[in-house]
Design a protein around this ligand. Structure first.
Ligand SMILES: C[S@@+](CC[C@H](N)C(=O)[O-])C[C@H]1O[C@@H](n2cnc3c(N)ncnc32)[C@H](O)[C@@H]1O
Length: 229
């Protein structure tokens, strides 16, 4: 595992610099643009509307909880809409996030969240019914295989990992990203990744995971993974 995954001094999604992610979470400039720092293109890799993360879960979000029976761990939970949605379904749910602002907001609304990295020691390791990696969170740490392996340690023998994937199935891009808002507030560079369904399946197979289901809803693409044996 690289230092960027274990050392809290390293930048993570949208942090550092002028803190555009923390600003967006506090409802200032909620459109964020993710860019590859080495790309010459002025077109961002992804536009993200943080108001959706601050909002209630929508139909696509609720759909990914279908068929989940055990306790849910939302990795990179932000302000916690998936934690709230899981709780409303009667599921035990915990969110984890390295953003202090996100954790504060989630706690203000009474949600169970920890200010901790997925790569640190977590409660109930090996017992989670589902680990969620939504809103592009398969990018956390910058190496999807390392993150999937970590999720494999976290879930129960019959647990699942739900991954929101890139629209292009073959996409498998690891890069240093930066987040910027419309006012030009930019974060430090942080390791990130984007991966589509086919590329995800290949990586998953190499570490003893298999695809159980994949679906598309509202232009978003999801895969459900479980242990191969
Ligand atoms: C693309 S945003 C997704 C937001 C989120 N799913 C929501 O509903 O608001 C990525 C999230 O992952 C968090 N994150 C980044 N690195 C992390 C890590 N190592 N462990 C846990 N969370 C992390 C960020 O702080 C951020 O909240």
């Amino acid at each position: 595992m690289s230092d960027a995954m274990t050392d809290p001094a390293f930048a993570t999604f949208g942090s550092g610099g002028a803190e555009p992610y923390a600003r967006a979470l506090r409802r200032d400039d909620q459109m964020l643009y993710l860019r590859d720092v080495d790309s010459d293109s002025l077109t961002p890799s992804r536009a993200m509307d943080v108001s959706r993360w601050n909002d209630e879960a929508d139909a696509a979000d609720l759909g990914l909880l279908e068929g989940i029976h055990g306790a849910v761990l939302d990795i990179g939970c932000g302000p916690g809409r998936m934690v709230r949605a899981a709780m409303h379904r009667g599921l035990t749910a915990l969110g984890i996030d390295v953003s202090e602002t996100a954790v504060e907001i989630a706690r203000e609304s009474g949600l169970m969240v920890l200010n901790r990295s997925v790569f640190e020691r977590l409660p109930r390791e090996g017992l989670w019914g589902a680990a969620l990696l939504v809103d592009g969170n398969i990018g956390i740490g910058g190496d999807p295989s390392v993150l999937l392996e970590r999720c494999g340690e976290l879930i129960a023998v019959d647990g699942v990992i739900v991954v929101e994937v890139h629209a292009e199935p073959l996409r498998d891009h690891m890069y240093d990203g930066t987040v910027v808002n419309i006012s030009g507030h930019q974060s430090d560079a942080f390791p990130w990744a984007e991966i589509g369904e086919t590329a995800l399946i290949h990586r998953a197979m190499r570490i003893g995971l298999r695809l159980v289901q994949s679906w598309e809803i509202d232009g978003r693409f999801f895969c459900r993974l479980a242990r191969a044996t």
